[in-house]
Design a protein around this ligand. Structure first.
Ligand code: SAH
Length: 231
């Protein structure tokens, strides 16, 4: 099954962008994933092709119109489309590895990229858009957030990662941050590799990695262990 993403955007030229290289690039080339774009402006109204308007109640900026966006969503994602409809939004549910995995196991997604102040609230409810945030900061548009989400999903698709195992011990997959990595040379600027890693004792290596993952998670992200973050 091909994972199919339809991205609704005012800037389709931003896609596939960085998804065109390396792992994701090869996945797109092989057809394991499909990233298509839909220009929101093609669903605009009037001769001046308006897609946005001033916020009701006043204030700075512009708001993407519900009618224009809904027409684009309906075109991309008809009623019988099983793919979830996502809206990139700083108010959304935080993007987690668990959610990324859930998306990668599914048929794809329709992804709406906001711009300006955001989108008219009515289209979110009216079209059942699931708001997804990539972090607690404000981007100028949803496109880069969509690229982040798609990159995270595409690398999990079957056959995309060279070594299938390398996904499993990664940060967040185990509920922990990952252990440190080393490679040759054995000594670099006076720094050596922990001897256990070159001991050939696979059990000892596994125990060391687990202990390191736990230590680093405790130090940096106690919240992942259900502990409070230091203020
Ligand atoms: N006025 C809004 C921010 C609008 S930013 C607010 O204060 O909440 C413009 C667009 O960028 C948003 O509609 C959204 O699509 C995208 N965006 C900005 N920050 C984002 C984030 N952290 N995660 C996902 N999308 C984001």
């Amino acid at each position: 099954m091909t994972f199919r993403a339809t991205v609704l955007t005012l800037y389709p030229e931003m896609f596939p962008g960085p998804l065109g290289v390396s792992l994701a690039g090869r996945a797109l080339e092989r057809g394991d994933a499909l990233v298509e774009t839909l220009q929101i402006r093609d669903f605009s109204v009037g001769r001046n092709r308006m897609v946005d308007d001033t916020p009701s109640g006043g204030g700075a900026g512009m708001v993407l119109r519900a009618d224009v966006l809904a027409r684009a969503v309906d075109h991309a994602s008809p009623d019988d489309d099983a793919r979830p409809r996502l809206l990139m939004s700083p108010r959304g549910r935080p993007l987690t590895q668990a959610f990324v995995r859930q998306l990668a196991d599914g048929p794809g997604a329709t992804i709406v990229c906001g711009r300006f102040e955001g989108v008219d609230e009515r289209v979110i409810g009216g079209r059942g858009l699931i708001e997804v945030s990539i972090g607690d900061y404000i981007l100028s548009g949803g496109e880069m957030a969509a690229l982040v989400l798609l990159d995270a999903v595409i690398r999990l698709l079957p056959g995309v990662m060279g070594n299938a195992q390398s996904g499993e011990t990664e940060s967040f997959e185990t509920g922990l941050l990952e252990h440190p990595h080393y490679t040759r040379p054995a000594e670099w600027e006076g720094r050596t590799i922990p001897p256990v890693l070159t001991s050939g004792d696979h059990g000892a290596v596994a125990r060391w990695r687990k202990a390191e993952a736990e230590r680093i998670t405790r130090e940096r992200r106690p919240d992942l262990l259900g502990l409070a973050l230091k203020p």
